[in-house]
Design a protein around this ligand. Structure first.
Ligand code: ADP
Ligand code: ZN
Length: 737
C-alpha cells in the first residue's frame, strides 16, 4: 500500500484483486467495477483506470457491485501519489450533487482539478528574477522580467513563465545566460511557511471582542455552526474573523477565506501576512497550475494552514478544515452560473456541517436568505454597530433629478457638480458610480430608428470608445463601429444614447478640466495586474475623481475619498426581478460605504427621479432592519425564497421551436411537480432570450418551503432527452426569479 503522508489515516483498504467501484470523471451515470491493483489500494485513492482504449482518472468510491461478468473486470492501472479522498469529501460531493442535481462525474471534476494524471518527478527547474540587467532589452525580455517582478519572488516553471509573458522559451533561456533570470532546481511541493497565531493582534473594541469570543467558543467546541457577522464597512469585521482564524490555527485546524473578487486578494494576503507573520496560499483562476497542484497536495497533507481564494477552493481536500469565512456573503458572484450551478455560500455551510467546522458569513448588507436564517435561529447573528475609530457612516442624501436642470446628454447634476468641486478644492477624492460599462448602452440610427444589436444574442451592442469597438456584454463578441447604419445603410446618422462610464468620464473631464479623472471598469484593463496598479495609485491619491462600475463597490479602501455620487440610483429598480430591491439596496449601501473611511467624514449623494420610492427611502435612512422586514413580508406573500423554494430550468437550442416545444412538453408533464404541491410557470423566454445563437426558454418551479424539490425536479426533467441541439440546465435556487 501507499505510504505517502496523508495515507495513514484513510479508513478503508482493498487487497490486491478485490472488486472495487471507481467513480470516474467521464460522463457516465454509475461507478465502474475494477480489481484493486498489485499491492492493494485505499478507499478514496485517486487511480488511473482503463476505459475502452483510454486511461481515465477516477476515485476508489467503495466496494464493487459485481453485477456483471466478473471475468471481464480489469485491474486498476496505477494509484496516484496523492492523499486519498477523505470520506467527508465523498459525502460532501454526494450531497452537493444531490442538492444541485449535478451528475457525480461533474462534481468529481471540481474536486480533482489539480492532481492531473501524471506524477511529475520530485525535482523541477524553476525561474526567478536574477541579479543582472541585460545590456540590450527587447519587448519580449521586458515582458519576462515584468512578470517576474509583478509576482514578487514567486518561482515559475519554464512553460508558465513563457506563457505568462507571451514569449518563446528561448527568450527565457537567453535571459538565464545573461544572469537576468535565475534558474534553480527545487523540490516540488514545498510546504507553506507556518502562520503564527501568537503574534500581537489589534486591541479589539468591546463589540468586536464579544463577536470574536463567540466565534472562538464555537471553534473550541469543535462543532458545526454558522454565524452571520454583520457590520458596516469599516466596522472591523475582518479584524474579528482574523481572530477566528487565529483560534482555528491554535486548534491546529485549517481555515478557508472566500472572497468575491480576485482583485481583493492581494490586499487581503498582505493583511493576513502582517497578522500571522507569513502569507497563506492563494487559490483562484489566476494562480499557476504548478502552484495549484502544490496547494492541492499541501492542503491534503496539512502543509498549508490557510487558503484565501475563490469559490472553487471549497473543493480542496482539506485535511482538517475548522473554519470557512465567506466575506461579502451577499455577493452574487458566489453563485457559479455555468457548469455546475452552485452557490458557494450554501455549499460552505454544507461542507462545514459535514466536517464540524464553523462558518462566518460577513457582510455589511447580508442577503435576505442569511438574514432570514438568522431570524429563524439557524444561524447565530453578531452585529458590529459602529465604524472603527473616528470614521463614521457617510451621510446619505438624494438629489431629486426632477428639480435639476440638465442639458441633454449630461448626467452630472448641478448639485452633484458643486459637491465634487468642493472636494477638489479641499484636496479630497470623489467617486462617481455608474453601473454601466462602455461609452453608451445604445447605438441608434437617427434615420431609421434601428438599434445595433448582437447578431447572436438578444442584447444590444455597446460602444466602447476606448477600445474603438462595439461589444456584446453577453457573449463578448466585438465589431468595428460602422459608418453607415447596418439596416438602412444611411451614412453618418448613427448616434449613441444614454451614459456609460466612458462617456461619464468625458463629461467629468469637461466639467472639471483641471482634475485628474481615473476610470475603473473591468474591461479597460488588459490584465488583473494593470487593474491592481490603478487601484493602488488611486489609494495613494493619484486621482481627484474616480469613475467606476460595480468593481469599485467591493472592499477597496480609498482613505481620502469623501464623496460618492451615484449617477443613476434608479437603474437597478427597473425590470421584474423579485430580487431587484434587495440587490439595489445592497449595492447602494455598499457604494455609499466607500465614502469617508478614514478620519474625514463622507457624504453619498444619490441622483434619483423617484426619491419617494420605498427602496430609495430605505437606502437613505439606513433602516436595514425595516427594509429586510418589508422585503421579507413581500417574499413571504409571493411564496418565493427564502420563504419558498425555486428551481429554474433553461432549455436552449439554435432552433427556437425545438426549445419552446421541449418547454411545452415539460409544462404538460408536470405531474411530478404537482405531486409535491408545487407549480410550474412557463415556458417563457429566458431573461436573456438568446445567447451565442442559442434560443433560451425558461420554466420556473415554485414549491412550498418544506417540499422535496430536488427529487420531484429530477423525476420531472427526466422526460426530456437533451439531443445534439437541445440543451437543458437545471438551477436550484436561481438568482433571478
Ligand atoms: P470591515 O471588514 O468591517 O470593513 P476592517 O476589519 O477592515 O472592517 O476594519 C476597518 C479598518 O479599521 C481597518 O484598517 C482595520 O485595521 C481597522 N481596525 C478595525 N478594528 C480595529 C481595532 N480593534 N484596532 C485597530 N484597528 C482596527
Ligand atoms: Zn452576443
Amino acid at each position: 500500500p501507499q505510504t505517502a503522508p496523508g495515507y495513514a489515516d484513510a479508513p478503508g483498504y482493498f487487497d490486491t484483486g478485490e472488486l472495487i467501484a471507481v467513480l470516474t470523471t467521464q460522463p457516465l451515470d454509475r461507478t465502474l467495477d475494477y480489481r484493486a491493483p498489485e499491492g492493494g489500494c485505499h478507499l478514496g485513492a485517486f487511480v488511473e483506470v482503463p476505459l475502452g482504449p483510454r486511461k481515465v482518472l477516477g476515485v476508489v468510491w467503495g466496494r464493487g457491485r459485481g453485477d456483471f461478468d466478473l471475468s471481464k473486470v480489469r485491474a486498476v492501472l496505477r494509484v496516484l501519489d496523492v492523499a486519498p479522498m477523505r470520506a467527508e469529501m465523498q459525502e460532501f460531493l454526494t450531497r452537493a450533487a444531490d442538492y444541485t442535481l449535478t451528475p457525480m462525474p461533474a462534481m468529481l471534476r471540481l474536486a480533482a482539478r489539480a492532481p492531473g494524471l501524471s506524477d511529475p518527478p520530485s525535482m523541477r527547474k524553476v525561474y526567478r528574477l536574477g541579479d543582472a540587467t541585460p545590456d540590450r532589452m527587447t519587448d519580449a525580455r521586458t515582458r519576462v522580467l515584468e512578470v517576474l517582478r509583478d509576482y514578487g519572488g514567486l518561482a515559475f516553471t519554464l512553460k508558465e513563465l513563457s506563457d505568462q509573458a507571451g514569449v518563446t522559451s528561448s527568450v527565457v533561456k537567453g535571459l538565464v545566460k545573461l544572469g537576468a533570470v535565475a534558474e534553480e532546481d527545487t523540490p516540488r511541493d514545498l510546504p507553506f511557511p507556518r502562520l503564527d497565531p501568537g503574534l500581537p493582534a489589534a486591541q479589539l473594541t468591546e463589540d468586536q471582542s464579544r463577536a470574536a469570543a463567540h466565534l472562538a467558543q464555537g471553534l473550541r467546541a469543535g462543532r458545526y455552526g454558522t454565524t452571520l457577522l454583520r457590520g458596516v464597512t469599516g466596522s472591523g469585521k475582518t479584524e474579528v474573523y482574523l481572530e477566528a482564524v487565529a483560534e482555528c490555527l491554535r486548534q491546529n485546524r485549517q481555515a478557508l477565506v472566500l472572497l468575491p473578487e480576485i482583485a481583493l486578494t492581494e490586499e487581503f494576503l498582505r493583511r493576513i501576512g502582517a497578522r500571522f507573520g507569513a502569507q497563506p496560499a492563494e487559490w483562484h483562476s489566476g494562480v499557476t497550475m504548478t502552484e495549484r497542484r502544490r496547494i492541492w497536495k499541501m492542503v491534503g497533507q496539512g502543509g498549508c494552514q490557510v487558503v484565501v481564494g475563490a469559490r472553487s477552493a471549497l473543493f480542496l481536500p482539506f485535511r482538517d478544515l475548522g473554519l470557512i469565512v465567506v466575506d461579502e456573503e451577499h455577493d452574487s458572484s458566489y453563485k457559479q452560473e455555468d457548469g455546475v450551478l452552485y452557490n458557494a455560500r450554501d455549499m460552505a455551510v454544507l461542507r462545514a456541517s459535514i466536517c464540524d467546522a464553523q462558518v462566518v458569513l460577513a457582510s455589511a448588507t447580508p442577503s435576505l436568505e442569511s438574514w432570514a436564517n438568522a431570524e429563524a435561529g439557524k444561524y447565530a447573528r453578531l452585529d458590529l454597530t459602529a465604524r472603527f475609530g473616528p470614521a463614521v457612516m457617510p451621510e446619505l442624501r438624494a438629489i431629486d433629478m426632477r428639480a435639476e436642470t440638465l442639458p441633454s446628454n449630461r448626467w452630472i447634476s448641478p448639485s452633484l457638480q458643486s459637491a465634487v468641486l468642493r472636494r477638489i478644492e479641499a484636496g479630497e477624492q470623489s467617486l462617481l458610480f455608474l453601473n454601466r460599462r462602455g461609452y453608451a448602452p445604445v447605438t441608434i440610427c437617427r434615420a431609421c430608428g434601428h438599434q445595433i444589436a448582437c447578431p447572436d444574442c438578444d442584447a444590444r451592442m455597446v460602444e466602447h470608445r476606448f477600445l474603438k469597438r462595439l461589444m456584446c456584454h453577453q457573449c463578448g463578441e466585438t465589431a468595428p463601429i460602422p459608418e453607415a447604419c447596418p439596416s438602412c445603410e444611411v451614412e453618418g446618422k448613427l448616434a449613441v444614447v444614454g451614459p456609460g462610464v466612458e462617456r461619464l468620464t468625458e463629461e467629468a473631464q469637461a466639467l472639471f478640466p483641471n482634475a485628474r479623472v481615473a476610470t475603473l471598469s473591468s474591461d479597460l484593463f488588459g490584465s488583473a495586474r494593470a487593474l491592481k496598479e490603478q487601484i493602488a495609485a488611486i489609494g495613494q491619491g493619484g486621482a481627484d475623481i474616480v469613475i467606476g462600475t460595480q468593481l469599485v463597490a467591493k472592499g477597496h479602501n480609498f482613505p481620502n475619498l469623501t464623496l460618492v455620487g451615484v449617477i443613476d440610483a434608479d437603474l437597478g429598480l427597473q425590470g421584474s426581478d423579485l430580487r431587484a430591491a434587495e440587490r439595489t439596496f445592497q449595492l447602494m449601501r455598499q457604494v455609499a460605504g466607500r465614502a469617508g473611511r478614514a478620519e474625514k467624514p463622507g457624504t453619498a449623494l444619490l441622483q434619483t427621479f423617484q426619491p419617494e420610492h420605498p427602496v430609495i427611502r430605505a437606502i437613505l435612512s439606513g433602516d436595514e432592519e425595516g427594509f429586510w422586514r418589508a422585503e421579507a413580508r413581500e417574499r413571504e406573500a409571493a411564496g418565493v425564497p427564502p420563504y419558498g423554494r425555486m428551481a429554474g430550468i433553461v432549455l436552449s437550442s439554435p432552433d427556437p421551436q425545438e426549445a419552446f416545444d421541449a418547454g411545452l412538453a415539460l409544462a404538460r408533464g408536470d405531474a411530478p411537480i404537482r405531486a409535491i404541491g408545487a407549480q410550474v410557470y412557463g415556458p417563457a423566454p429566458a431573461p436573456i432570450a438568446r445567447v451565442r445563437g442559442r434560443h433560451r426558454v425558461r420554466l420556473l418551479v415554485k414549491a412550498p418551503k418544506g417540499a422535496a424539490l430536488q427529487g420531484a425536479v429530477a423525476r420531472w426533467v427526466a422526460q426530456i432527452r437533451p439531443g445534439p441541439n437541445l440543451r437543458m440546465s437545471v438551477d436550484i435556487d436561481p438568482q433571478s426569479f
